[in-house]
Every structure is written in structure tokens, then in C-alpha cells.
Ligand binder design. Structure first.
Ligand code: TMP
Length: 201
């Protein structure tokens, strides 16, 4: 595959979604064919699954299976065809979120998640993952002001501490793929940090 697979991650309230448009514009300015998408979602079935996942109290393993079901559909219909034609795919969350939320957050066995990852993705991994990192208290303060919380946003602080820790651990283990953004900074400072990322320069 000749395209570029870029994923964007962070705990709820990290502000990543506000910068996806910026990343898209930057890649387009470099002449790239850009596809912006999200998980769970990105397809008709995926968006339906997203609605279920964000609205209903479900068993954590069921939740992990639904997230991977949405991912398979997304990969087959959107991500892989785009990468095959050489596009840049900018995806708001991917499998790092499953390890962070379902694994560290909800306690689903990470060995099972790793098996599902291979089953659903084979060897496909993001080329680059931009992790928006900030203290949990600040993220919660920011998202509280935004809107009515969904099922994840309504979780306790300890849940998000585990999620954040997992993201940082995965970033430390795979420094070639991850770029960490200090999301506690101002919008202008965050843009400057994004500008310094090799792929976006
Ligand atoms: P978003 O608000 O960033 O669009 O993400 C929706 C929620 O879905 C967010 O709280 C994290 C959650 N999520 C998981 O729990 N597991 C996953 O694999 C993904 C992709 C998202």
C-alpha cells in the first residue's frame, strides 16, 4: 500500500478533534489526496454501531467486539481502498483507543484484544499516531463545558487516568510511530507543535 495512515488519539476532552481540520488542510496544501474519517464509525454500519456503543450500557467484551466489528467494516470499505490508491487517511481514533479504553479502562484482557487486532487488521498499523496528551483533570474541565457527556465521557476520573497511562505506555513502547502533543497548551502552541511533525512540515 502506497498511502499514509495517520491516526489521532487522546483521552476525551484532549481537544484532538479541533485539530483534525488543521491536519487535513496541511496535508492538502502539500498536494495529498486526503480522507478524513473516524472510529468507531466511518461507514453506515460503523456509525450505527457507534450510536449503540456510545448510548447503551453493554458488557465490556461485547463493547470490544462491536468496536472491532465497526473497524473491520471501516478498513474494508474506506481505509484500505484509500491507502491502495495512495491517499492519506486521517483517522480520529483507531486500535490504540481499544487498548486504552476497553483494555486499560474497562479491564478487557489485552491478549484477547491483540488476537482481535490480528484477526481484523492482519499487519495493518498506522504509519503515524498523533497523541494529544494532557492531565485528566484539565481534560474533564474542558469537556464538561462542551455538551452532555456520552457514556465514556461520563466515566470517573480513575478510568481516564488508566486510559491516559495506557496511551503513554504505548507511545513509549513505539516511539517511531507516536508523536506526543502537549494538549494542555494554547491553540497556537499546539499548532506549532503539529507544524514540527515531520509528516506535516
Ligand atoms: P470520540 O468522542 O473521540 O469520537 O470517541 C468516541 C468514544 O469512543 C471515545 O470516548 C472513546 C471511545 N472508543 C473506544 O472506547 N474504543 C475504541 O476502540 C474507539 C475507536 C473509541
Amino acid at each position: 500500500m502506497s498511502g499514509l495512515f495517520l491516526t489521532v488519539e487522546g483521552i476525551d476532552g484532549a481537544g484532538k478533534s479541533s485539530f483534525i481540520g488543521w491536519i487535513e488542510r496541511r496535508l492538502r496544501a502539500k498536494g495529498a489526496d486526503v480522507v478524513v474519517t473516524r472510529e468507531p464509525g466511518g461507514t453506515a454500519v460503523g456509525e450505527e454501531l457507534r450510536r449503540l456503543i456510545l448510548s447503551f450500557e453493554i458488557d465490556p467484551v461485547t463493547e470490544a467486539l462491536l468496536v472491532f466489528a465497526a473497524r473491520k467494516e471501516h478498513l474494508v470499505r474506506v481505509v484500505v481502498p484509500a491507502l491502495e490508491r495512495g491517499a492519506c487517511v486521517v483517522c480520529d481514533r483507531f486500535t490504540d483507543a481499544t487498548f486504552a479504553y476497553q483494555g486499560a479502562g474497562r479491564g478487557v484482557d489485552t491478549g484477547w484484544l491483540a488476537q482481535l487486532e490480528i484477526w481484523v487488521q492482519a499487519k495493518l498499523q498506522p504509519d503515524c499516531t498523533i497523541l494529544f496528551d494532557l492531565p485528566v483533570a484539565l481534560a474533564r474541565h474542558r469537556s464538561a463545558a462542551a455538551r452532555i457527556p456520552d457514556r465514556f465521557e461520563a466515566q470517573q476520573e480513575a478510568f481516564f487516568e488508566r486510559v491516559r497511562e495506557c496511551y503513554l505506555l504505548r507511545a513509549a513502547r513505539d516511539p517511531g510511530r507516536f508523536r506526543i502533543i502537549d494538549a494542555a497548551q494554547s491553540m497556537t502552541q499546539i499548532e506549532a507543535q503539529l507544524e514540527a511533525i515531520d509528516l506535516l512540515r
